[in-house]
Design a protein around this ligand. Sequence first.
Ligand code: ARG
Ligand code: ZN
Length: 876
Amino acid sequence: RIVHLADYRPTDFVLERVDLTFELDPTETKCTSRMLLHRRDGAAPDAPLVLDGDELTMSALLFDGMPMDAERFTEENDVLTIRDLPETDSFEITVETVINPEANTQLMGLYRTNGIYCTQCEAEGFRRITYFYDRPDVLCVYTVNIIADRQSCPLLLSNGNFLGGAGYGEGKHFAAWFDPHPKPSYLFALVAGDLGVVEDTFTTMSGREVALKIYVEHGKEPRATYAMDALKRSMKWDEEVFGREYDLDIFMVVAVSDFNMGAMENKGLNVFNDKYVLADPETATDADYANIEAIIAHEYFHNWTGNRITCRDWFQLCLKEGLTVYRDHEFSADQRSRAVKRIAEVRHLKSEQFPEDAGPLAHPVRPTKYREINNFYTTTVYEKGAEVTRMIATILGPDLFKAGMDLYFERHDGDAATVEDFVKCFEDASGRDLTQFSLWYHQAGTPLVSVSSSYDQANAAFTLSLEQIVPPTPGQAAKDPMHIPLCFGLLLPDGTEARPTSISGAEVAGDVLHLTERSQTVTFGGVPARPVVTLNRGFSAPVNLHFEQAPADLAHIARHDPDLFARWQALNDIALPSLVEAARSARSGADIAVNSLLTDTLIAIAGDETLEPAFRAQVLALPSESDIARELGSNNDPDAIRVGREAVLAFVAGEGASLFASLSDLHRTKVSFTPDADSAGRRALRNAALAYLTIAEDRPAQAAQASAAADNMTDLSAALTLLAHRFPEAPETQAALETFRARFAENALVLDKWFAIQATIPGEAALGRVQHLMQSPHFNASNPNRVRALVGTFAFSNPTGFNRADGEGYRFLASQILEIDPKNPQLAARILTSMRSWRSLEAVRREHALNALRRIAAGEKLSADVSDIVERMLNG
Ligand code: ARG
Ligand code: ZN
């Protein structure tokens, strides 16, 4: 069944309120839902009430408190249809269901994890609890009563404010919660169990005190203090930057260890994958800290962008997700180094979203049809959605963007809104027509902007010729030209920026060039010398740029651009062609030559003490194997890509040996660990240097020493990764891996790192290693984090290991998908997307991949999740 945006229509009945009562039991939980409804104005007088369900057992159905006549309702194909309902009066429907949380391995609806009852309702999990209008445009107030065993469930939580609690018969107790803010069912949450808590308070800008609570497993409380700190900073930031204040007496976060995704923004009761809550220096890396900060902020920011203003239907998912990712990006940029944050975002966008947009799973930020909505929680909706919001900010400038946001909050508070509503706020606030811009929501595919330039000395005129092409994507063959905002600068030979006296051929406002036509020629007058143009500064538009700039010009940008991001990008633009060339040479057996300009510039910047260490570390991280594959585009041989890249790395390592030796040693004086961005940057630079040093020496000694000396997880995992990836069979590596395993055997999140490090050891032997690790007593096929750490990491992040020329990697993945799917379809479907770029492989691998996909497609009783992905992968 395919759902189409064009088919949207409101429900026939209005839900005024709902009272839910849960009598919790591991295998037989009773849920009683009392709904107060009335027929919507204008709805047909005989229209039935049609409610969604999913694998439900209904034990009672009442109308105004009386059992419903059997002929008035039908229950079939997960739909409950009730007829003969009042034409105008309000009435009450009570649905009683019995659910088995213990058997819920999908982790959607109400389930149990480590003895904790917990829920995940977005997108369509609430219908696994009771028959309901399980759609985001049906908002109402909820009262929730929870009854449970007092001993095993001292804690009974739901959305909103706590009303009260008391004993309830033998060994039981109950608690009641009321959420005064109308909400859709996907924001419902219930948590019950025995957990420890970290508590704090936050005083809002209007002076209200909010109780903050983070619930974690007993004993893990000290590891939740960073998340608490991040939460308070998020609350403050949202008041200062977006004027948004929290609106309940209490804000709770619960960390659970079995969770399908990162976290969930349920009103007042966020549920988190514990990976994004728990951290201390001994067990969490700097990247973990940064993720916790970002995700705590993300879920908190949803309180306004998602909860107070929600989505009319799931096609509007980017309305809350793209906007909220934009908001969490801005938050992290303000808390950390903006340039370094932007570099990390762009790396992520290019490595995840660009391949999606270029392959069979490409879809618009605002899709128009779906088969399984869970498959649209994609990097396109999230990250490209955030970029689209960023472009609105770029086009309007900070003041008008803020005015548009304010208008959005004012106009739509309490609404289930659409992307059109959102865009209209910016049009109304700015007076600017955003019709063409809106194509970013509707046209899939990464635009390609081709650029050439010329300089006319006699007339002091500089000309840029730009042309845009939006590539065809599944279901969208022809595209219209987009409105592409390109931030730019014209760098003069002395490193200063030209100030043109005239501009013609395009709208240029401040440092933004608006490309709106298929091709445009822009002339800048009064440019005293041939400038080097730096285009798409800050990655103002998510496009591929083809601009044959001379390496010397790029080096000029890399050394002098006032925008740090542009400097990184220029270096990238020097490095990528070299790496592509190296891969081609490796493929054809030719000698690999490395451009010394690349090495010189790289080493100069890495050694520049005036630059922040985090930036220098980013510069040292050359484009990845998958970046190179993407640049090559088709007929890829991952082995050749790796050989070529390794040769370039070795050359850089040799040229920069003395710098790397000193950097890897630098700041090694023992200072106690702090997770702040500056300290993290110093660790990143030192570990990047250690990697090059190890490559140059080609011996495990330094890395083994670093692993032994490490007093925090960042340094330890960096050293261990280096050992494992470079010297997998060395005794030092085996010893270090075993020490690590023994030391952290009781810590699931750290063991995930142990699995992931080994799953990403490059080369043919990787598959055998992964299969061996699946036999380890530490492997747990029902824990999503563990499955992702081993199977997911192997498929997503080990190009040479996974893409074995004999196809064994794909065959392994196919059997894994078929095995995971019956238990947890969302997890299976997500891991399967690792094959989204299969068409760009060389012919032999492509054939193997095709066969593996066909084998999955032929699987019996495939979930909608997996069959949707596999079919789009085969047909797109
Ligand atoms: N809304 C959550 C977030 O972005 C993610 C929920 C994902 N749900 C799903 N079914 N995939 O914070
Ligand atoms: Zn979100």
